[in-house]
Design a protein around this ligand. Structure first.
Ligand code: NAP
Length: 248
């Protein structure tokens, strides 16, 4: 059964990793997918082709999620190209890890701008459309690090915890208009973001995960599918840990 037939979706940061995984699963479920990238043009165009070959509408947009005006322009273009927006997934994110002692102001600001301010930018940009249609689902890609913290990631943890507060507030503000807002807190998912981590550290994490493996992008995509579809029609303001039991 296709769960997103004909729905129009925007995913930020889908040129690789989790965003690509979400785009693939959503297209398999009949969704039309608009997605962004910041610099990876070739993989973004390849994904656009791949999704279109599944018989849905798909388009890649170069757009910096940290920019308020670029986010507004993006939503205007997507509305022209797709005719509506049913689901927003705020997925774009970066890390700039360091102990506080060595973390520069620029690395703190950049992570907050790309991971957290972007969520404000995009949510505000789609709000009017979703209010008018009295329907919508917004999904924010937080992290287990936003729930429990992590040494060497104070900037990232602050951004991801901020997303959770934002999610719950928007769920309260927009619930009466049938707009739902939920967050996903992935654990350790095998992507380029985690490939740069020290293998010893990674093995230590894997050992501590009850399911004894790192997650795959499809594990997160399936959780997004639940939040985007009518299966979660009575669920809002929630944070779902998709972490193999890491936080248990
Ligand atoms: P990734 O492989 O590094 O991919 C990041 C994506 O974000 C890329 O498509 C990148 O596009 C895009 N992006 C970066 N900066 C952007 C900007 N300013 N504007 C628009 N797009 C931008 O990361 P990932 O592992 O898939 O992670 C995706 C999300 O899940 C992130 O929010 C991350 O914090 C969260 N997460 C990941 C894990 C994990 O274990 N992997 C765990 C918890 C949470 P370009 O290629 O063009 O730069």
């Amino acid at each position: 059964m296709k769960l997103l037939e004909g729905k129009n979706v925007i995913i930020t940061g889908a040129s690789r990793g989790i965003g690509t995984g979400i785009a693939q699963v959503f297209a398999d479920h009949g969704a039309n997918v608009a997605f962004t990238y910041s610099s990876s043009e070739a993989p973004a165009l390849a994904l656009e082709k791949e999704l279109a070959s599944k018989g849905v509408k798909a388009k890649a947009y170069k757009s910096n999620a940290a920019s308020f005006s670029e986010s507004e322009d993006l939503v205007t273009k997507v509305l022209e190209d797709f005719g509506g927006i049913d689901v927003l997934i705020n997925n774009a994110g970066i890390t700039k890890d360091n102990l506080l002692m060595r973390m520069g102001e620029e690395d703190f600001d950049k992570v907050i701008e790309i991971n957290l301010k972007s969520v404000f930018n995009m949510t505000k940009a789609v709000q009017r459309t979703m209010l008018k249609q009295r329907k919508g689902s917004i999904i924010n890609m937080s992290s287990v690090v936003g729930v429990k913290g992590n040494a060497g990631q104070s900037n990232y943890a602050a951004s991801k915890a901020g997303m959770i507060g934002f999610t719950k507030s928007i769920a309260l503000e927009l619930g009466s208009r049938n707009i739902r807002c939920n967050a996903i807190a992935p654990g350790f998912i095998e992507t380029e973001m985690t490939a740069k981590l020290d293998e010893k550290v990674v093995q230590g994490w894997r050992d501590g995960i009850p399911l004894k493996r790192g997650g795959q992008t499809v594990d997160i995509a399936n959780a997004c599918l639940f939040f985007a579809s009518d299966l979660s029609g009575y669920v809002t303001g929630q944070v779902l840990n998709v972490d193999g039991g890491m936080l248990t």
